[in-house]
Design a protein around this ligand. Structure first.
Ligand code: SF4
Length: 543
């Protein structure tokens, strides 16, 4: 009897070992677009093949959304057909988060016309529509593609949207402008049949941001701006990061990648993952498990020997950024003397009407360029100094403050039970209410603090690396959160501390967070950040 092993193709285990591997082998997810246009959009929702609906649709950024009224207690107990609605979420791929005003207007138009005016901003620089009907999907694609946008490979076991610094190329402090490199890598990644069947989702960040704003520590593969051996800027290669239910930080391979090598090295690591990744269990299929088992030395050797055909130069580690926000919110001076203006929507919730106005403002005050951050924020670029105040005022008038409270600035929320079939609790409205309430109760609180709400353990909004991470769960049958405290990245990377058995109800959330923040203010040492304090504080101060 041959050993099934971990389902690694490179070891000859090519027979599908689970349902996902089966549908991927039966037909590429890339092919489902033709069936959507030619069949499903005409014949309607009930005509959709289940393997397409619950599998291959993701390759085109489509998921069914949760049927309204199904409580979190039923999540996991119902089968897909019972929990799903006949409407879709569509995720738009926006490489590096960079948009033109025309592109943002197209997004806004789709949201208004087909998606009940909702448009959520994600922490992976995507926009998500909801309430789309299958009949409208071809028209939505046409509208997006007219302006060079797409939902291609926004979900599924493929290279996902590539993260980049929203102020790449204009930031006065950046180590290297990664714009061209990111675009060249996107050209290799998007729609390439060679990478259309990976063991699992595959997340990339490519950035030269000095603040390291793209969270390289939690991506599958990252190219991090660094000054190389001879002082020339390039990239430090990291692999194997990811959160979800088994969080791991990415590890450095110690290799220096020249800018021109990035697409080639990216493709080589991706092929390695495709061939050696574990396909037997979905829960062990992310690249991080392979990296953890092999270690960085073996990983780099296999990469160079089997996939690159040359040895990469050794390189130095990037300097750790200073503590504090790395979200590009506020008004900052660009390298060229103009300014950029970063604003904070409410926990990533936006709408077509608001985004349309942002596009108009970007045209009238700046160069028409807008960027999305990896923290659910928006940045309007290239604004002459004399126009800044006018723009800031107009943005504030549409509920997009450039000087938000520390709580609004630091809060993120995932989709939650409103639309997500895996959710246990509501998140978006709760996050918005929470940051408003904290701003009211603690108006003088002055230290940056991140508060991330996730509707379930999957951690789409990365609760393990927030100062205050809130993982949705039921508390005596009521909606509530398991609390993780003291997570952080960048200057001081660490996973948050889980207080054993400690959960708060949704109703008690504002009281709890206020109590912990006041304890921090009273007990912190000079200059001590919240995360560092929370990791050392007496448990009695944290409950
Ligand atoms: Fe859905 Fe859970 Fe992700 Fe939130 S964290 S969007 S509830 S899967």
């Amino acid at each position: 009897m041959p050993q099934r092993g971990q389902g690694q193709w490179a070891l000859g285990h090519t027979e599908p070992l689970n349902a996902a591997e089966r549908f991927k082998k039966d037909d590429s997810g890339l092919h489902v677009r033709d069936r959507i246009i030619g069949r499903y959009a005409i014949a309607g929702f009930d005509s959709i093949d289940p393997a397409d609906l619950r599998g291959r649709f993701r390759w085109w950024g489509l998921y069914t959304q949760r049927r309204p009224g199904i409580g979190g207690g039923k999540t996991g107990a119902l089968d897909d057909a019972e929990i799903e609605d006949s409407y879709f979420m569509m995720r738009v791929r926006i490489p590096g988060g960079q948009l033109t005003a025309d592109q943002l207007r197209a997004i806004a138009g789709v949201a208004k016309e087909y998606g009940r005016d909702l448009a959520d901003l994600t922490d992976r620089q995507n926009v998500q529509f909801h309430w789309l009907r299958i009949e409208d999907v071809p028209q939505v694609w046409a509208r997006l593609e007219e302006v060079g946008l797409s939902s291609l490979q926004a979900c599924g076991d493929v290279p996902r949207n590539i993260l980049g610094c929203p102020v790449a190329g204009i930031d006065a402090d950046e180590i290297i402008d990664a714009t061209a490199v990111l675009r060249a890598t996107e050209a290799v990644a998007a729609g390439n049949p060679e990478f259309a069947n990976l063991p699992r989702k595959y997340k990339t960040s490519i950035s030269g941001c000095a603040a390291q704003c793209t969270a390289h520590e939690i991506n599958d593969i990252s190219f991090v701006g660094v000054r190389g051996p001879a002082g020339t800027p390039g990239f430090d290669l990291w692999v194997g990061g990811g959160l979800s239910t088994n969080p791991m930080f990415a590890q450095r391979l110690g290799a220096f990648v020249k800018p021109g090598q990035v697409p080639q090295v990216w493709a080589a690591v991706t092929r390695l993952f495709r061939d050696y990744g574990y396909r037997r269990l979905r829960s062990r299929a992310r690249l991080k498990f392979l990296v953890a088992d092999w270690g960085t030395e073996r990983f780099r050797e296999v990469l160079e020997r089997e996939y690159l055909g040359f040895w990469l130069a050794d390189g130095p580690a990037p300097a750790r950024p200073a503590a504090g926000s790395r979200d590009h919110v506020g008004v900052r001076r660009q390298r060229d003397g103009r300014c950029y203006v970063g604003v904070a929507p409410r926990a990533g919730r936006s709408c077509g009407s608001q985004l349309w106005q942002v596009a108009e403002l970007a045209d009238s005050y700046g160069s028409g360029r807008i960027a999305m951050t990896t923290e659910q924020k928006l940045v309007l670029l290239d604004v002459p100094e004399a126009a800044v105040q006018g723009l800031v005022d107009e943005l504030a008038a549409i509920d997009l403050p450039a000087s938000p409270s520390v709580f609004r600035r630091g809060t993120m929320a995932c989709t939650g039970i409103e639309f997500c079939k895996l959710a246990i609790v509501e998140t978006k409205q709760r996050a918005s209410d929470l940051h408003d309430e904290l701003a009211r109760r603690l108006p003088d609180f002055d230290t940056p603090v991140t508060i991330n709400l996730a509707g379930c353990p999957n951690s789409c909004t990365r609760f393990q690396i927030a100062d205050i991470g809130l993982k949705g769960s039921l508390v005596d049958g009521e909606e509530g959160f398991q609390v993780h405290l003291g997570g952080s990245l960048a200057a001081d990377p660490a996973l948050g501390r889980k207080l054993r058995g400690h959960k708060v109800t949704a109703d008690g959330l504002a009281d709890y967070v206020e109590r912990v923040l006041r304890a921090y203010q009273a007990d912190r040492a000079d200059g001590e950040q919240f995360a560092a304090w929370a990791r050392r504080a007496d448990p009695g101060l944290l409950t």
